[in-house]
Design a protein around this ligand. Structure first.
Ligand code: S3P
Length: 435
């Protein structure tokens, strides 16, 4: 599965604003759900057919990884993928997760339960991201986990098997950490419980139940019992974090009205809608039809604190762009973990905003954005981060008059092949490749 569009394989993209933003669309299948679907189907006994899987490079890496465990992956036609589990043996090759933090951390949880040796790695950005958050609890469960810098950085080496269930309270609010432990817990002796500091997305809990596992959720405490998974068919809904780019596109444009259909309607993924509502946006997420509708609006500043962050952890760059044009000063705090994303997202978001002429100050765990900016065309470095690239593309196409250039555009193929095509269709901008 490679980038579906030459524009998304390009290393730079040029867009011209400030056009309208109008139309309706479907965004790619949810990336978080896709990784989990692939991994759980690999662990499960029997066949699972997955519809609507994310076609980005991140999930393609997870699909390739499960084949190294002897799991059979086939094309089931009409965009569906068939996975025949369960895992047969230790992986026969190094598991390369590319840019995918969710891919490597959740797979590490699976490897901890596999009797044998697994080696996991990724690209230059992934190999800089902290892994101790999963390595430490997996060691407590009985896996031997090592890596560069005393086990904190990939490549990671895991010798798994014979796990013991634990009760663990990660210091980060992280669905990836929670999920790695729950997946490992399936093959542990005794129950595994994770106590979250703030509630995070619940895909793992929801989906483990669909695969037949016994999971109990009691407020911020999630417990999984050891047991086998059974293959099942599932449909992956649209990714709300991708819809957020189109919501802000509609808000930034003078003439904006965008409808996004078939989004995941569950817990912890669409909090950006509430944040934009607080900012005065004309936005509606109809949960009965899973349809998001957004129209151009005058925005006002907002204050975002640690409690808000887990629900908007992936949308901060694009919300920061909305704050740049809003009236007043927006303060974001309690977001220190954003420094450990695909890029240091506090630094890369602030740098992007400055390129567009926005006044912004970085703090240790957030930023202060002076609103009311008239965006000027920018030259933005994505820092290898798809969400920075897509935010800049939306601002360049819908708000900044003149030509914006985004360097490192190829990062977008990790999650949203065909983003540039959707941008051209909805905004009329003539996106083109720059040598
Ligand atoms: C994800 C959890 C979040 C999020 C990431 C996907 C997941 O990461 O930022 O894009 O699928 O569990 P953290 O667990 O590091 O907060």
């Amino acid at each position: 599965m490679t980038a579906a569009s030459p524009l998304d394989a390009a290393s730079s993209l040029r867009v011209s604003g400030a056009g309208p933003a109008r139309g309706s669309l479907h965004v790619p299948g949810d990336k978080s759900i896709s990784h989990r679907a692939v991994l759980m189907a690999a662990m499960a006994h029997g066949s699972s057919v997955i519809t609507g899987l994310s076609r980005g490079h991140d999930v393609a890496h997870t699909l390739r990884a499960i084949e190294h465990f002897g799991v059979v992956v086939t094309d089931a036609g009409e965009g569906r993928v068939r996975v025949e589990g369960p895992i047969q043996h230790e992986p026969v090759a190094v598991l390369d997760h590319g840019n995918a933090g969710t891919g490597i951390r959740l797979t590490a949880g699976v490897c901890a339960g596999v009797d044998g040796l697994s080696v996991l790695t990724g690209d230059q950005y992934l190999c800089r991201r902290p892994m101790e958050r999963i390595a430490a609890p997996l060691r407590m469960m009985g896996a031997a986990v090592d890596g560069r810098e005393r086990g904190n950085l990939a490549p990671l080496v895991i010798r798994g098997g014979s796990l013991q269930g634990i009760t663990y309270a990660p210091k980060e609010a992280s669905a990836q950490v929670k999920s790695a432990l729950l997946l490992a817990g399936l093959s542990a002796k005794g129950k595994t419980t994770v106590e979250e500091v703030h509630p995070t997305r619940r895909h793992t809990e929801e989906m483990l139940t669909e695969f037949g596992a016994r999971v109990n959720v009691d407020g911020r405490r999630v417990t999984v019992e050891p047991g086998e998974l059974t293959g099942t068919d599932l449909a992956v809904p649209g990714d709300p974090s991708q819809a957020a780019f189109w919501a802000v596109a509609a808000l930034l444009a003078d003439e904006g009205e965008i409808v996004v259909e078939d989004l995941y309607p569950g817990f912890g993924r669409s909090d950006f809608v509430g944040v934009l509502e607080r900012m005065g946006a004309d936005i509606d997420f109809d949960l009965s039809t899973s349809t998001l509708t957004v129209r151009s609006s005058r925005l006002r500043a907002v204050e975002l604190t640690a409690e808000d962050i887990p629900g908007i952890v992936d949308e901060v760059p694009v919300l920061a762009m909305a704050a740049a044009v809003a009236e007043g000063t927006t303060v974001i705090s309690g977001a220190g973990d954003l420094r450990a994303k695909e890029s240091d997202r506090i630094a890369s978001t602030a740098a992007m905003l400055r390129e567009f002429g926005v006044e912004v100050a970085e703090t240790a765990d957030g930023m202060v954005i002076e609103g009311g900016a008239r965006l000027r065309p920018a030259r933005v470095d994505s820092h290898g981060d798809h969400r920075i690239a897509m935010t800049a593309a939306v601002a360049g196409a819908c708000a900044a008059e003149g030509t914006t250039v985004i360097e490192g555009w190829d990062s977008v193929a990790t999650s949203y092949p065909r983003f540039a095509e959707d941008l051209m269709r909805l905004t009329g901008t003539a996106a083109e490749v720059v040598a």
